[in-house]
Design a protein around this ligand. Structure first.
Ligand code: AMP
Length: 637
């Protein structure tokens, strides 16, 4: 058996040989002629000359050996629907969707924006796009009109696929009005909107634009749509993520590199075996949903369990803190993927629920998206008695950067550490200001990657190569390295520990949000003169957003009824613009914000005060009383 150290070394020192071997895990229509073209750093082009198709690899190629085996298991504890699609059935549904999209004018390279709840049709739509070479752009269903509008504007989709409504904890969230409003706000208008009607919320159809999936599906029920053979470097999808500016970035991914990266990760990291069941509790709106609800497990020939609902509610819509474990038992899940926040929610449930079901099929639980705290890791580890594998990555990377590759070589995990660099990732720690590499154990630096980044990594920012280079590759003086914008340390055994973001991105319940986007939404309120939003530690969600507002009318500061009213309005505005996830937990009013003498907002100092920490070096601060006001407001509760 190869040691992981050798495996990793080969991936870095002989990448062509290493990735040629991994590329055998997928089907190619035309073999590639060049493994990696890195002639123009930092743009890495993987498997040039090769042609393939993600949908073929996820669905069609399994028809030969496992046509009748489960491919998609759909469970909604919101609507009580539980349905299994075999590979044959999934193949048919995807072709119906592909034919419907084609009928609406979609061809190779067109964008299709998918704004959907967790329903099987969302999976059909993603796979159908991949099948016909359309670029999908999935927008998280929890986002509201403002966020959706900016994404429509940037992606310029020909068609939008959506649904009447989502549902959360039994509360119906109508999507159609949010979508209509977003289309109104955007200067780009889609030619057509394809709508799945779940019968949850009445829809007003726009004549000539809106089409019902049930109608088109019936029309195309027997259609056969072949896979479009895509160049390995052709774009498969874009997914928007938050950064330091208010404008979200379209992370753009290729086709062949992504397919290889996912197939390799299913084998070497997730130990996902064909014929078994994978259960990721994420949402298709996030990168985990793309990689490990849809493409990864299916490429590996596994059944993927797609779940809509809370972790604490059963199929009968009654409270059930054991629902996920019930599903693990029922579908013999072997690999499960979730987020620390979800485990913290489950930790509040009766611990006996973990013993109630036969969980012997489960080989590991993978957790990602936010730091995994030790009490949570210990609790779930003791409860499940399987390895708990933390994995650190980003929307940009598409698959884990740091974790433990147990199928290559079993290694102990360390609490608090997501693990060691994965094959293909040349991870370094650099000094924040000098850019020097930190080689001693336990020195704190910025986690960076040296190019070329591995297959599956983002190709560029959609339509904006300059933004890709400037945002990610030019942050360290004199060096072209990819910045993760995370602080980290490495211990003497080579295990990394992630210490939080270097930028203004916050992480709420494993979801990444830009504080600037929230600030922009709040500043849009007529009563707001200035605002600062920071992420504050929260025992359940990891972080929550907290807003400090300078009101235009100073009387708000002395009038608690007015302050409460304005706080409510500000929260509502964020809800409507961005969605409830971004809503600040509190809006506090101050007469000024702490800034440097040059006018830069001291967000880190505000955050430190909110978390009861030392605010650090304040020599550049303009007026110390501003920070004192923040302290007083926080202490006042
Ligand atoms: P996203 O792009 O939404 O997946 O967010 C990526 C960010 O989430 C990373 O840059 C980290 O700040 C954080 N993150 C993701 N996974 C982990 C993890 N396992 N441990 C610590 N932080 C994580």
């Amino acid at each position: 058996m190869t040691s992981y150290a050798d495996f990793y070394r080969q991936s870095i020192n002989e990448p062509d040989a290493f990735w040629t071997e991994q590329a055998k895990l997928i089907d190619w229509q035309q073999p590639f002629t060049r493994v990696c073209n890195y002639d123009k750093p930092p743009f890495a082009h993987w498997f040039e000359g090769g042609t393939t198709n993600l949908c073929h690899n996820a669905v069609d190629r399994h028809l030969k050996d496992r046509a009748d085996q489960a491919a998609l298991i759909y469970v909604s504890t919101e609507t009580g629907v539980e349905k299994t699609y075999s590979f044959t059935e999934l193949h048919a549904e995807v072709q119906r969707m592909a034919a419907s999209l084609q009928a609406l004018g979609v061809t190779k390279g067109d964008r299709v924006l998918i704004y959907m709840p967790m329903i099987a049709e969302a999976a059909f739509a993603m796979l159908a796009c991949a099948r016909i070479g359309a670029i999908h752009c999935v927008v998280f269903g929890g986002f509201a009109s403002g966020s959706l509008a900016s994404r429509i504007e940037d992606a310029t989709p020909k068609v939008i696929v959506s649904a009447d409504a989502g549902s959360r904890g039994g509360k119906i969230v109508p999507y159609k009005p949010l979508l209509d409003e977003a289309i109104r706000l955007s200067s780009h208008k889609p030619e057509a909107v394809l709508l799945a009607d779940r019968g949850l919320s009445p829809m007003q159809l726009v004549a000539g634009r809106d089409q019902l999936w049930s109608d088109l599906r019936a029309k195309h029920v027997n259609d056969k749509v072949p896979c479009e053979w895509m160049k390995s470097t052709d774009i498969s999808y874009t997914i928007y993520t938050s950064g330091t500016t208010g404008k979200p970035k379209g992370v753009q991914r290729d086709t062949g590199g992504y397919a290889v990266a996912l197939a390799a990760s299913m084998k070497h990291i997730f130990d996902g075996r064909a014929g078994e069941t994978y259960f990721s509790t994420s949402d298709i709106g996030w990168v985990v949903g793309h990689s490990y609800i849809i493409y990864g497990p299916l490429i590996a020939g596994m059944a993927t369990l797609m779940y809509e609902g809370l972790p604490t509610r059963g199929l009968d819509k009654e409270p059930d803190g054991g629902i996920w474990w019930r599903l693990v038992e029922k579908y013999k899940v072997t690999a499960m993927f979730s987020a620390p926040t979800a485990v913290r929610v489950l930790k509040k449930q009766d611990p006996a629920l973990l013993k109630k079901y036969d969980l012997s099929s489960l080989r590991a639980l993978f957790l990602a998206g936010e730091p995994l705290d030790e009490p949570t890791a210990r609790w779930i580890s003791e409860g499940l008695q399987v390895p708990i594998i933390d994995n650190y990555w980003q929307t940009e990377s598409g698959w884990p950067i740091l974790t433990i590759a147990n199928p290559v070589e079993k290694k102990a995990s360390k609490f608090g550490s997501p693990g060691i660099p994965m094959y293909g990732y040349n991870v370094k720690l650099l000094h924040e200001s000098t850019g020097e590499e930190l080689t001693q154990p336990n020195e704190k630096g910025v986690v960076v990657l040296e190019g070329p980044t591995p297959p599956g990594f983002m190709q560029t920012v959609w339509k904006d190569d300059a933004r890709f280079v400037n945002t990610y590759w030019k942050t360290v003086p004199g060096k072209m390295v990819y910045s993760t914008f995370d602080w980290g340390i490495r211990d003497k055994d080579g295990y990394y520990f992630i210490l939080g973001r270097t930028d203004d991105v916050i992480n709420v319940a494993g979801h990444r949000l830009g504080t600037r986007e929230i600030e922009e939404s709040i500043s849009g309120h007529a009563g707001v003169a200035e605002v600062a939003v920071v992420g504050v530690a929260d025992t359940l969600k990891g972080q929550v957003a907290m807003a400090f507002v300078v009101p235009k009318d100073a009387s708000v500061l002395a009038n608690s009824a007015e302050a409460l009213k304005l706080e409510g309005e500000v929260m509502k505005r964020v809800d409507q613009d961005l969605g409830a996830l971004a809503r600040p937990s509190r809006v506090r009013f101050v007469s000024m914000l702490p800034k440097t003498r040059s006018g830069k907002l001291l967000r880190r100092a505000i955050q430190a005060v909110c978390e009861g920490r030392d605010a650090g070096d304040l020599t550049t601060m303009d007026d110390p009383s501003a920070l004192q006001q923040i302290r007083d407001r926080v202490e006042a509760g």
